[in-house]
Design a protein around this ligand. Structure first.
Ligand code: ADP
Length: 357
């Protein structure tokens, strides 16, 4: 995924070209090196060990959650733990059924096919994938016109590891073919701190505990953001300080990037301000918000919204998004009078029921 509208956004969890070199260097290779996501790791370890004990290929696995949390990394980790090859592709890259057939016929038993953005597979491609995942067969049509014949090819038993930021967009039959579905959550701050420290040592930059804490605090629970901020802070201390990341230098660098103490940047603030100032706090539809600030609805949905929901700054209602009192407070905007979402009589009022009217 790339940032179309906000190419200079430091805190975008979406992958940028500048991350590539670093990804290779920092990406954990084994489950033991993979920090955080403890529950998921436990379940994944059981899945892997059971498959290995039975000498069977791993069941198809789906990781879902916001970008930058480690879905691709885990796919590589799974391949390493299973000691198999991994082939990497993405939903939009497989344009025709023939493209997928070509990939599948080159797989070996046990190999992993990693499909990023698996919700973006075309219908014709999906139709080929269903029997391939379920029965390890490839149904293809040979020839054209009245002489065309259906041919069924046997495939080796392989594993699909899928990743998606939008579980809801996955078709039901495709979702049903994944035996193990894991949700990835934002990381706790200590886990991000550990990732920052590991990154700093791999990048050979001195970073004291206060510095790592500051970076972690503003990384919105996302390893990719943490590592990107680490690099920007490293640049800063190289030019403006003695080359060491401390609490003070990290704060100075992050403030210069206009990333606030909760990790919100200009885009997050624009979204919240639009809801509050242009739409009276909501409810307002996502497309309307996006149009009002000239951003893509997809970017807001994938990148901005999950973190604002997690912070409790945003609420999703049947009629659209609403800013919560926490959002007003954070932006330093006074709360207006009592307001209710009229269509939902049983919903609590926007500012809680204890508010004087
Ligand atoms: P996703 O596929 O979910 O968008 P990636 O797997 O590409 O995310 O991870 C983004 C970056 O964060 C990579 O550089 C990766 O090395 C790093 N990363 C992700 N999860 C972890 C983790 N648990 N520990 C250390 N680094 C991580």
């Amino acid at each position: 995924m790339t940032d179309k509208q906000t190419p200079n956004r430091h805190i975008s969890p979406q992958r940028k070209s500048e991350d590539r070199g670093l990804d290779g260097l920092i990406r954990p290779q084994r489950l033991a090196e993979f920090t955080g996501q403890e529950k998921l790791k436990t379940n994944l370890t059981i899945l892997i060990e059971a498959a290995k004990a039975r000498e069977e290929p791993l069941d198809h696995v789906l990781f879902h959650g916001p970008p930058g949390l480690g879905k691709t990394t885990l796919a590589h980790v799974v391949a390493n733990e299973m000691n198999v090859n991994i082939r990497i592709t993405a939903g939009p890259a497989i344009e025709r059924a023939g493209d997928l057939a070509a990939i599948l016929t080159n797989m070996r038993a046990g190999d992993i096919l990693f499909i990023d953005e698996v919700h973006r597979l075309g219908r014709a491609v999906e139709e080929i994938l269903y029997p391939a995942m379920e029965d390890f067969v490839l149904d293809i049509v040979v020839g054209k016109g009245p002489g065309a014949k259906n041919v069924r090819l046997k495939l080796p038993k392989f594993t699909v590891v899928g990743a998606t930021t939008r579980l809801a967009l996955l078709t039901a039959p495709l979702r049903a073919r994944f035996g193990a579905v894991y949700r990835m959550d934002f990381y706790e701050e200590p886990a991000i701190e550990a990732i920052v420290n590991r990154g700093a040592s791999l990048l050979a930059v001195a970073c004291d505990p206060a510095g790592a804490k500051e970076i972690a605090r503003r990384s919105r629970g996302t390893p990719r953001v943490a590592l990107r901020l680490l690099r920007r802070v490293r640049d800063y201390v190289q030019v403006r300080a003695e080359g060491e990341i401390t609490g003070e230098t990290a704060v100075a660098a992050l403030n210069l990037m206009e990333i606030d103490n909760l990790g919100l940047d200009d885009l997050d603030r624009r979204v919240l301000r639009a809801i509050i100032e242009k739409f009276g706090g909501g409810p307002v539809g996502l497309d309307t918000i996006a149009a009002s600030i000239s951003e893509e609805a997809d970017t807001i949905m994938d990148v901005v919204e999950p973190y604002l929901l997690q912070l409790g700054f945003l609420e999703r209602t049947a009629r659209g998004r609403m800013a919560t009192p926490h959002a007003y407070q954070h932006l330093g905007i006074a709360l207006p009078g009592r307001k209710t979402d009229n269509n939902k009589p049983n919903q609590p009022t926007l500012f809680g029921d204890n508010e004087p009217s």
